[in-house]
Design a protein around this ligand. Structure first.
Ligand SMILES: *Cc1c(COP(=O)(O)O)cnc(C)c1O
Length: 428
């Protein structure tokens, strides 16, 4: 798609769909008729495979009762480990480095309890002011629990332009007072993809333990956590991984740290062969499984079995390739059709610096999002003036992208957004 000679008609969208090697997977998902879903970066859609694996698990409960822990297609006792193995390729990890359990924020608490070891003048945690608030709440509360003043011991890298971080600013903040650093892989708002390899190398040169929050990159793009020697990572599975609301989160622990003693212990972190010895001294699992705490949420986890299978069948490289094409096409159309209405694209443009969504800024963002919803397009509003649009490789088409931009153009041209109030809904 050259910028000088772009065809902005729907024919290009149809041609791109025709050439799309992942097109057939759209039928695997519950796309609602006459609606366009652009919010897969907040909650992915249900696939038939995920539905099947959830129903299978219900059946196992129905027919096996407590024996479901060791019987059935997916014995519950091993589901967290099995899901870890199924996720390993998406992370560039070894099987033993991954476990799927808990929730994102709980896992961050667990990782802080495990990796934050203030020592001498190394007492500070490094993060950034653009990270998702829950991560910052967790870090601050963890510091307070350890008797550290969060105002003093949490250092936040700032963003000059309000949207993106500079890797050199992050690296410049890596002083000998920093014990642990935590950054998002892809920023939840602007969609900026950070250079995890470069940041990890710099952290290690400066004696800092480093972890990443992969909520907005897992399932959207490949990772090489083991090669990059990232110390730890955590992520949710209900965004690009389509695990469903409340599906369990993940933890990665680099093999160099294994075996590891969890900061927060519970019996499900035990070596599986010893868990039912009921000894009052815990024997942690030799792998990342040691980070588990209590009984896994089996029904919530079960949809992931089917969903991750799809990712295994397709491979993340193909998914990333299509995702980049979708967002590139969307930006091309926005440049051509929406600039005149005051929209600006605030995500980085380069392939190696952007994640899976496009981030638009407009002063009337909230009313525009309400108008989109009325037109049966589901966007994602981020206050005060952000609109996130995530065309997801597995279930969105190029024609979806064309229709969304066309819809935005009509909303602006006819000033349809003006009929809506600018108050925010409880969940956005
Ligand atoms: C979605 C998201 C979370 C969500 O945390 P939960 O504990 O799953 O509610 C945390 N961090 C980031 C960066 C996110 O994008």
């Amino acid at each position: 798609m050259s910028k000088t000679n772009i065809d902005t008609t729907i024919h290009t969208a149809r041609k791109l769909d025709h050439e799309d090697e992942l097109k057939k997977y759209q039928n695997e998902f519950y796309r609602q008729p006459d609606s366009i879903y652009m919010d897969g970066n907040s909650l992915g859609l249900l696939s038939r495979q995920a539905e099947d694996s959830l129903l299978n698990m219900l059946h196992s409960w129905k027919t096996n009762g407590i024996d479901g822990w060791t019987k059935g297609n997916h014995p519950w006792f091993y589901v967290s480990e099995q899901l870890g193995e199924m996720s390993a390729e998406l992370l560039g990890a070894k099987n033993k480095e991954v476990i799927v359990s808990g929730s994102t924020t709980i896992n961050l608490h667990q990782l802080l309890a495990t990796f934050y070891k203030p020592n001498g003048k190394r007492t500070k945690i490094l993060a950034d002011e653009l990270n998702f608030p829950s991560d910052i709440y967790a870090i601050k509360s963890h510091l307070a629990l350890r008797g550290m003043d969060p105002e003093e011991h949490l250092i936040l890298v700032t963003a000059e332009d309000q949207h993106t971080l500079k890797e050199e600013d992050i690296i410049d903040s890596m002083t000998d007072e920093i014990a642990v650093a935590i950054f998002p892989s892809v920023l939840y708002r602007s969609g900026q993809l950070l250079d995890m390899k470069q940041i990890t190398e710099a952290a290690h040169e400066n004696g800092i333990v480093i972890g990443f929050d992969l909520c907005h990159s897992i399932g959207a793009l490949p990772h090489s956590l083991n090669d990059w020697k990232v110390d730890f990572a955590f992520w949710c599975t209900y965004k690009y991984l389509n695990g469903g609301p409340g599906s369990p989160a993940g933890i990665y622990i680099n093999e160099h740290h294994l075996p590891i003693h969890p900061g927060l212990s519970g019996w499900f972190g035990s070596d599986k062969t010893k868990q039912f010895d009921m000894d009052l001294t815990m024997s942690p699992a030799p792998d990342a499984g040691a980070m588990q705490i209590g009984t896994p949420h089996i029904l919530s986890a079960s949809s992931l079995i089917g969903s991750l299978k799809l990712f295994q069948d397709i491979g993340i490289e193909k998914i990333r390739r299509k995702s980049l094409k979708l967002t590139e096409y969307m930006m091309t159309l926005i440049d051509a059709k929406l600039r005149v209405y005051g929209f600006s694209i605030a995500n980085p443009r380069e392939d190696n610096r952007r994640g899976g969504h496009v981030y638009l800024e407009h002063p009337e963002a909230i009313r525009i999002c309400k108008a989109l919803k009325q037109e049966k397009v589901t966007p994602d509003f981020r206050p005060p003036s952000g609109i996130r649009l995530a065309p997801v490789a597995l279930y969105n088409s190029f024609e979806d992208v064309w229709n969304v931009v066309d819809c935005l153009q009509r909303i602006m041209e006819e000033e349809r957004y003006k009929q809506f109030e600018s108050d925010r809904e409880i969940v956005s």
